[in-house]
Design a protein around this ligand. Structure first.
Ligand code: IPM
Ligand code: MN
Length: 354
C-alpha cells in the first residue's frame, strides 16, 4: 500500500520519539512491501519559532492531504510565559479541531514484567486491560475564555450531538470487548455532566441495551483506578476528565512513556500521539521512552491504514522487547541496563523482523 504520513515532531522529546515512530514505520514498509512517504511540518513551539504560529497553515494542509498524522509533543518552558497570547498547546488543540478528531482512544495494558515499575502493588495490576475514550474536541478546552484584572473564566459547554457521537463510539468498542461501559462525569455538581448522563442513558437504552452501562463520578473513578483498576473495561468521559484520568491510569502500566493514543473522527485523517508531554527535563538527552510513540504507530496501522497484521506484530514486538528485559530509564527497576531511545527502538525493531 502507498500512504502519506505527516510527521509533527513538535517540542522537547517530541522530535526524538517521532524519529523512532518513523523508523519503525519504515521497517514495516520494507518488511511488508508498503510505500510510506513522510511530510515533516511544524507545530507548537516549533511552529511559533519558525512561522510565528503554533499551527501554521502548511501544517493543516499537509495533515488534510495525508492518510494519517503522527505527533510527538508540544510545549516547554521557552514558551511558558503566562501572559503570552500565543502558546504551543493552541497548535495541538487547533489541529484536533481542524481534523475533527472527537474521539481519543487511550488503551492501558500491563506488560507483566513492568508491574514492578508501577507504584501500585503488583496484585492490583493483574488482569488490567482498559480503554479510556476521551471526548477530544469539546468541553472546557474549547469554550470561551475570559480574563480581566480581577477574574478569569473558562466556559464548559457540551451539546447533545457531541455526547451522542462519543457514547456511540465508545459503546461500539465496548461491544467488541467485555460488553461493559463506564461513563465518568460529575453529575452531582455540573450541569454539563447532567446533560452527559441524560444523553448517555438514552442512547444506551435505545441503541445498546445489551451493554452493561455504569455511571461513576469522576472523583470516585480516580480512586477506583487505583484501588481496583482491573474492574474497568471501556471508560468514556469528557475532555478534561479524560486528560486527568489517563495520566493517572498511565502509572498502572509503569510509566507515562508507555501509553499510546489514537484520535479519530468522522473525517478521513487520524492523529496519533503518545500521551506523554514534551518532558523538557530530559529533552535532547536521547533517553526518552519511545514505546508510547511506537504503540501509537501500531494504532495508526490498525485504524488509519487497516493493516491489522502489521499492527498486531508491532504491538507484540514492544511486548517482547520489554519481556526480554529492554528498559529505558523511566521503566528500569532492578539495575537493568538502561537503553537510549535509539537502542530501545532498535531492540523493538529486532523483535519485529526476527
Ligand atoms: C494531552 C496533553 C494535551 C491536553 C496538552 C498538551 C494540551 O496533556 O494530550 O493529554 O491537555 O490534551
Ligand atoms: Mn494530558
Amino acid at each position: 500500500m502507498d500512504a502519506l504520513i505527516t510527521l509533527l515532531p513538535g517540542d522537547g522529546i517530541g522530535p526524538e520519539v517521532t524519529k523512532s515512530g518513523q523508523s519503525v514505520l519504515e521497517t514495516i514498509g520494507e518488511e511488508f512491501g508498503h510505500n510510506f512517504t513522510f511530510s515533516r511540518q511544524h507545530i507548537g513551539g516549533s511552529g511559533i519559532d519558525h512561522c510565528n504560529d503554533p499551527l501554521p497553515s502548511d501544517t493543516v494542509s499537509s495533515c488534510n492531504e495525508s492518510n494519517a498524522v503522527i505527533l510527538g509533543a508540544v510545549g516547554g518552558p521557552k514558551w511558558d510565559n503566562p501572559n503570552a497570547k500565543i502558546r504551543p498547546e493552541q497548535g495541538l488543540l487547533g489541529l484536533r479541531a481542524a481534523l475533527k478528531v472527537f474521539a481519543n482512544i487511550r488503551p492501558v495494558k500491563i506488560i507483566p514484567s513492568l508491574s514492578k515499575a508501577s507504584p501500585l502493588k503488583e496484585h492490583l495490576l493483574k488482569n488490567v486491560d482498559l480503554l479510556v475514550i476521551r471526548e477530544l474536541t469539546g468541553g472546557i478546552y474549547f469554550g470561551e475564555k475570559q480574563r480581566n484584572d480581577s477574574s478569569a473564566s473558562d466556559l464548559c459547554i457540551y451539546h447533545n450531538y457531541e455526547v451522542e457521537r462519543i457514547i456511540r463510539f465508545a459503546a461500539n468498542l465496548a461491544k467488541s470487548r467485555r460488553n461493559k461501559l463506564c461513563s465518568v462525569d460529575k453529575a452531582n455538581v455540573l450541569e454539563t455532566s447532567r446533560l452527559w448522563r441524560d444523553v448517555t442513558t438514552k442512547i444506551m437504552a435505545s441503541e445498546f441495551s445489551s451493554i452493561n452501562i455504569e455511571h461513576i463520578l469522576v472523583d470516585a473513578a480516580a480512586m477506583y483506578l487505583i484501588s481496583r483498576p482491573a474492574d474497568f473495561d471501556v471508560i468514556v468521559t469528557e475532555n478534561m476528565f479524560g486528560d486527568i484520568l489517563t495520566d493517572e491510569a498511565s502509572m498502572l502500566s509503569g510509566s507515562m512513556g508507555m501509553l499510546p493514543s489514537a484520535s479519530l473522527g468522522d473525517g478521513r485523517v487520524g492523529l496519533y500521539e503518545p500521551i506523554h508531554g514534551s518532558a523538557p527535563d530530559i529533552a535532547g538527552k536521547g533517553i526518552a521512552n519511545p514505546c508510547g510513540m511506537i504503540g501509537s504507530v501500531a494504532l495508526l496501522l490498525r485504524h488509519s491504514l487497516d493493516l491489522q497484521e502489521e499492527a498486531d506484530l508491532l504491538e507484540k514486538a514492544i511486548y517482547d522487547a520489554i519481556e526480554n528485559g529492554a528498559r529505558t530509564a523511566d521503566i528500569a527497576t532492578n539495575n537493568e541496563k538502561i537503553l537510549s531511545t535509539e537502542e530501545m527502538t532498535q531492540v523493538i525493531t529486532n523483535c519485529l523482523v526476527k
